[in-house]
Design a protein around this ligand. Structure first.
Ligand code: G3P
Ligand code: CA
Length: 223
C-alpha cells in the first residue's frame, strides 16, 4: 500500500505543511509518496500551497494570486522555510518517490505538464483535482486521478477521462466502490487517513494507497 505524506508530514509537532522540510520528514517517516497542492502566484509562477491565502500557514497575510514569488518567499512557512516553487519540489523529490500534484487553481494544468515533461518525470507523478475538467490538458502524457468527496459518477467519469486512479474521501470507501474501481482498472487512493486501525481496514479492502498526515504512524501499521 502506498503511503502518501499529505502535504508532507503536517501531523508532527512543529512541522509545517507543503514545505520541503515537511516533505523530507514524510520520506524519513516511511512515506512512499508525497501529496502537495499547487497554485499560481501574482507573477504567474507556480507555488506549493494549500489555501488561497498565506494567512494560516505562514507569518504573512494576503492572497497568493496578489503576491509575486519574490514577496511570497519572504514569509516563514515553517522552520524558517519559504513557500516552495513547484520547480523546487520537482527538482528535489522528482524521481525519488511518487509525487501527487493537486491542482488548486484553474488554468494551471498546461504549465504543470510542461514542467513535468521538461524533467522527464511523467512516470513519477500523478496529477489530481476536484475540478475534473482542469485535468484535461494533461492527457494523455501525464497520469491523472479524480478527487472527490461524492460518489456520483466518480468511477464512470474516471474511465471517460482516462484517469488511472480515483481519490475518494475516506468515508466514501466501501467494498462496492473498490470492486467498481477494479472492474474499471482504476487504482484507489484514499484521503485523509490518520488512524492506524483505519489503515488496517483499508488494507483489508485492498486499497492501493492512503494520504496521511502521520506517515510514521500509518506506514508502521501498513507495512
Ligand atoms: O488529495 C487529497 C487531499 O489532499 C484533498 O484535500 O483539502 O487536503 O487538499 P485537501
Ligand atoms: Ca491536497
Amino acid at each position: 500500500m502506498l503511503i502518501f505524506g499529505h502535504r508532507g508530514a503536517p501531523g508532527y509537532p512543529r512541522r509545517a505543511e507543503n514545505t520541503c522540510a515537511s516533505f523530507r520528514k514524510a520520506l524519513r517517516s516511511g512515506a512512499s509518496g508525497l501529496e502537495f497542492d499547487v497554485r499560481r502566484c501574482g507573477d504567474g509562477r507556480l507555488v506549493v500551497l494549500h489555501d488561497e491565502t498565506i494567512d494560516r500557514t505562514t507569518n504573512g497575510r494576503g492572497r497568493v494570486r496578489d503576491l509575486s514569488y519574490g514577496e511570497l518567499r519572504q514569509f516563514d512557512a515553517g522552520f524558517g522555510e519559504p513557500i516552495p516553487l513547484l520547480t523546487d519540489v520537482l527538482d528535489e523529490f522528482g524521481g525519488h518517490c511518487l509525487l501527487n500534484i493537486e491542482l488548486k487553481d484553474a488554468g494551471i494544468a498546461s504549465d504543470v505538464k510542461r514542467l513535468v515533461l521538461d524533467r522527464q518525470l511523467d512516470r513519477h507523478v500523478l496529477v489530481s483535482a476536484f475540478e475534473w475538467e482542469q485535468l484535461q490538458p494533461l492527457c494523455p502524457e501525464i497520469p491523472i486521478a479524480l478527487l472527490s468527496s461524492k460518489l456520483r459518477n466518480l468511477v464512470s467519469s474516471a474511465r471517460e477521462l482516462g484517469a488511472i486512479a480515483i481519490h475518494p474521501r475516506r468515508n466514501m470507501v466501501s467494498r462496492a466502490l473498490v470492486a467498481a474501481a477494479r472492474e474499471a482498472e482504476l487504482r484507489v487512493h484514499v484521503w485523509t487517513v490518520n488512524d492506524p486501525a483505519e489503515v488496517s481496514r483499508f488494507r483489508d479492502l485492498d486499497i492501493d494507497g492512503i494520504f496521511t498526515d502521520f506517515p510514521e504512524r500509518c506506514s508502521t501499521s501498513a507495512s
